[in-house]
Design a protein. Structure first.
Length: 95
């Protein structure tokens, strides 16, 4: 698995306005692969999104008990819509 370079990370943060693409928080930002690397997702910006640590945990199905209104499916759907809209009609998150 190829790790993201700092330049790749910075480009994603910049695209997303240095805030979480789901909740708008600017704290504890992390990069998330929409399609996980092990499932064939690429390191292209089409597959990467800026999330805060809370939303990132939700995207991985963690800490859901802290956010009773949220489901992992809902978070994944929001990420899909964000990326698909951003790169429409040529969205391609696959390697
Ligand atoms: Zn967030
Ligand atoms: Zn992730």
């Amino acid at each position: 698995m190829t790790k993201l370079t700092n330049a790749q990370r910075k480009a994603i943060y910049k695209r997303d306005g240095y805030m979480c693409a789901l909740c708008g928080s600017g704290r504890y930002l992390q990069i998330h692969h929409y399609i996980h690397r092990g499932q064939g997702g690429s390191n292209s910006p089409h597959n990467l999104i800026t999330l805060c640590s809370d939303c990132h945990a939700l995207a991985h199905g963690l800490n859901l008990h802290d956010f009773p209104d949220m489901t992992q499916e809902y978070v994944e759907q929001c990420i899909l819509e964000y990326l698909a809209d951003y790169y429409a009609p040529d969205w391609d998150p696959w390697e």
